[in-house]
Design a protein around this ligand. Structure first.
Ligand code: PHB
Length: 395
């Protein structure tokens, strides 16, 4: 190698090192580079609308801060997880190892969340759960770097049983998709309904994301319960509402659900959703200045109406902003970052809520009724509902 080539090679190496930040002290690099945020959400399939609403809400929270986190610019990376649990680990690994994200925002489906959760626990990357309610993530497998801004799957249904019995519906059939979210929603329903004195006469299920409800609806008709309670969400929920009404079951059987049943689907379900009663930590119709402003801003920005998923995405942004501001953008300062997010109070469109020690919201559950394509609030079904966090030991 000639001297000239050697010099060129050396200076190229120096420039290369400088541009990747290797010559800069760690702290300067942490402050000057962009924060890398990875969205791992469903953008196709039955939960596609949910993923879009979560991303919109998250971006809206950041935009209210001039698009920055703790003073730093933000760069986004995206993966469509297709609500496919089989690809969960691979997709999360891609964001962490290839894209080197500082924060992983995801996801909707509880099975896919388990893949993200493994990667988060193995790598230590900050993991923010904007929807999936799978219990273990904030119970036996809770972790200092994992925060959920949504709910556990049994939180909404823990508020359902009493409301059903108060309306005199003493015999119920339960129906859902057979996977973690449905099974765990049942857990909350079973506890609250039987403790209130109700009897579950049959538990029905079908595989996710199957929407061939006909045979099960025929079975419900022959069982003739006072009420049906369920967990469905997204495109599948809209189809269930339409099929339930088309079979004529809505005429004499009251339909109840974990509130996802009537979120983001009221246009698609039309009259079929009228009169359905649900419990949930949000309602479009919450008559507070905070909710009204949020709804107006969201509708103006995205030209669509927000739902609970948009609120959860927004709150995920609010939580991250709190953390990032506390460490002035240095997300590598993990003890201070987590301390700011742990126990944080979030001024949400759903109402103020507090992050529990297991990193899951402590929140009110509203009883809602669908009227004219809106989830009207009938009352508060349960105040300050906390998940039991069974087996959670942070450390
Ligand atoms: C879940 O899989 O945890 C899940 C999916 C959709 C919802 C709620 C929970 O609306």
């Amino acid at each position: 190698m000639t001297t000239r080539r050697l010099v060129l090679t050396r200076s190229a190496a120096v420039i290369g090192a400088a541009s990747t930040g290797l010559l800069l002290p760690e702290i300067v690099r942490a402050q000057s580079d962009k924060v890398r945020v990875g969205f791992m959400l469903p953008y196709t399939g039955t939960f596609a609308q949910l993923g879009v609403a979560i991303e919109n809400g998250f971006r809206m929270a950041l935009n209210e801060q001039g698009g920055k986190l703790g003073g730093r610019e933000v760069e986004f990376f995206k993966v469509d997880d297709e609500s496919n649990p089989a690809k969960g680990i691979e997709n999360a690994t891609r964001l962490v190892q290839r894209d080197k994200v500082d924060v992983l925002v995801g996801t909707v489906h509880s099975g896919v969340q388990m893949g993200i959760h493994k990667v988060a626990r193995d790598s230590g990357v900050l993991s923010l759960i904007p929807n999936a309610g799978v219990h273990v993530a904030t119970r036996a497998q809770c972790a200092p770097n994992v925060f959920r801004t949504s709910f556990t799957n049994s939180q909404p249904t823990l508020a359902l049983g009493k409301a059903m019995m108060e309306r005199g519906h003493k015999k119920a059939v339960w129906i859902t998709w057979n996977y973690a979210a449905g099974d765990e929603a049942f857990e909350g329903f079973e506890k609250s309904y039987t403790e209130a004195g109700g009897t579950i006469i049959k538990k029905l299920g079908l595989p996710f994301p199957n929407v061939e409800f006909q045979a099960l609806l025929t079975e419900i008709a022959s069982l003739n319960p006072d009420a049906v309670a369920c967990f469905f969400a997204g495109g599948g929920a809209a189809k269930f509402l339409r099929d339930f009404a088309a079979a004529g079951l809505n005429k004499n059987i009251q339909l109840y659900g974990s509130g996802f049943l009537t979120e983001g689907v009221l246009d698609a379900a039309g009259d079929a959703a009228n009169g359905v009663l649900t419990t949930m930590h949000y309602s479009d119709a919450l008559d507070t200045p905070r909710n009204k402003k949020f709804r107006l801003d969201y509708a103006k920005t995205f030209r669509m109406q927000p739902d609970v998923y948009a609120v959860q995405g927004y709150d995920t942004g609010l939580l991250l902003i709190k953390g990032a501001n506390a460490v002035k953008g240095d997300l590598s300062n993990k003890p201070a970052l987590y301390a700011a997010m742990n126990g944080a109070e979030i001024d949400s469109p759903r109402g103020k809520w507090k992050m529990s020690a297991a990193h899951n919201p402590i929140q009110d559950m509203y009883l809602r009724k669908v009227e004219n394509k809106e989830n009207k609030v009938i009352g508060i079904a349960a105040k300050a509902v906390a998940d039991p966090a069974t087996g959670c030991r942070m450390g």
